[in-house]
Design a protein around this ligand. Structure first.
Ligand code: NAD
Length: 349
């Protein structure tokens, strides 16, 4: 029963067998780093991304511009909520499911159906395709947003009570992953990411917004009462965790926090950015946004035991990398988007 037994994929990926991984959301912030790391470790990567309009599709194409001509990378431009997924999942050893509509504060009101479609319906369709195929391992990107608010360290066993429609949609996805693991034999690992930052960070996220405002000399919008703390985790560390989870011999249905384990107050991270940018921020105080929790703080001891993983990137170093990326973008030619033509339709190889 693959639903409950440890599943050692490293054996399957040795000895010249096909090592093809499907990465959904491959053109996104985290997905592009995961795809790069998998390729550097010798995997073939089939990316699928709808290039949704959550932020500029051009920025997503830029994320994968260096991968576009990699001989082991293909990108399928399809929507997981509607496309036939059998051919997309066919032949892969593992699925890394990162595609989603992200963003806490934007998930209220009329936008919720989009979150349901992209985070719940798309996840169920992908799991169904995996179950109907040969049930490749599925690594699901979950979120610290599934936890009930607390000032304690969040453990995998901590109470779950999302504060936002986004968190509800990610928890629904996680529950679907559990159901397909338990009842349909799909070997799964869910990773709960905590406040990921680094090069290519989404434009709606705090460090991206702060850095752009500092570089422009504009006021920095800070929401809430400025006491909020976030467990900022570097994207390179997160990508390592994801790639480990593709082959780790862990029981199906495993859920792991992926966090640095050191929450930092927003004014402190802003000060670090000021030093890095060598600028001074004028803060524009903004009201609390519904869904923004007071603190994220993840206990990742389970990931250390299961994956041999821990975050190793110091926050200042990670911020340096992110600021360097913002500066490089500004120096690159208009939009800096080299031509990338994603394939339309299901993969042909
Ligand atoms: P992102 O928006 O940069 O990447 C998501 C990608 O998925 C986008 O390129 C988008 O075009 C694609 N996509 C969305 N819906 C799709 C669909 N139906 N079919 C095909 N492609 C689709 O976001 P990100 O920050 O890289 O987040 C990646 C994953 O990690 C998400 O599942 C998110 O919920 C999760 N996560 C992120 C963070 C974080 O701090 N960034 C924290 C916790 C969890």
């Amino acid at each position: 029963d693959r639903g409950t037994e440890p599943w050692d994929w490293s054996a399957a990926s040795q000895g010249g067998l096909v090592k093809l991984v499907l990465v959904t959301g491959a053109a996104g912030f985290i997905g592009s780093h995961v795809a790069e790391l998998l390729l550097s470790e010798g995997w073939q990567v089939r990316g699928v991304d709808a290039l949704t309009d959550g932020y500029a599709p051009a920025a997503k194409l830029r994320n994968i511009s260096t991968l576009a001509h990699h001989p082991s990378f293909t990108l399928v431009r399809e929507d997981l909520a509607t496309a036939p997924l059998g051919p997309i999942v066919d032949g892969v050893e593992a699925v890394v499911h990162l595609a989603a509509e992200p963003g806490v504060s934007t998930s209220w009101g009329d936008s919720f159906p989009t979150y349901v479609e992209r985070n719940v319906v798309a996840t169920q369709r992908l799991l169904e395709a995996a179950a109907r195929g040969h049930a490749p391992r599925v690594v699901y990107a979950s979120s610290s947003s599934v936890y009930a608010p607390t000032l304690e360290a969040m453990r995998e066993s901590s109470p779950l009570a999302p504060l936002s429609p986004y968190g509800v949609s990610k928890l629904a996805g996680e529950c679907l992953v559990g159901a397909y693991a338990h009842e349909r034999g799909v070997p799964t690992v869910s990773l709960r990411f905590f406040s990921v930052y680094g090069p290519r960070q989404r434009p709606d996220m705090a460090i991206h917004r702060f850095t752009e405002a500092l570089l422009d000399g504009r006021a920095v919008s800070v929401y809430g009462d400025r006491t909020q703390r976030r467990d900022f985790t570097f994207v390179g560390d997160v990508a390592r965790a994801v790639v480990s989870a593709v082959t780790a011999p862990v029981p199906s249905g495993t859920i792991l926090n992926i966090a640095r384990g050191a929450p930092v107050a927003i004014p402190d991270v802003l000060r670090m950015l000021e030093e890095e940018v060598r600028g001074e921020a004028t803060v524009a105080p903004m009201p609390h946004r519904p869904g923004d929790t007071e603190q994220t703080f993840g206990d990742s001891r389970a990931a250390a035991a299961a994956l041999g993983w821990r975050a190793t990137t110091d926050l200042r170093l990670g911020l340096k990398h992110q600021v360097a990326w913002h500066r490089a973008l500004r120096e690159s030619p208009r939009d800096g988007v080299p031509p990338v033509v994603p394939a339309e339709g299901p993969p042909t190889s």
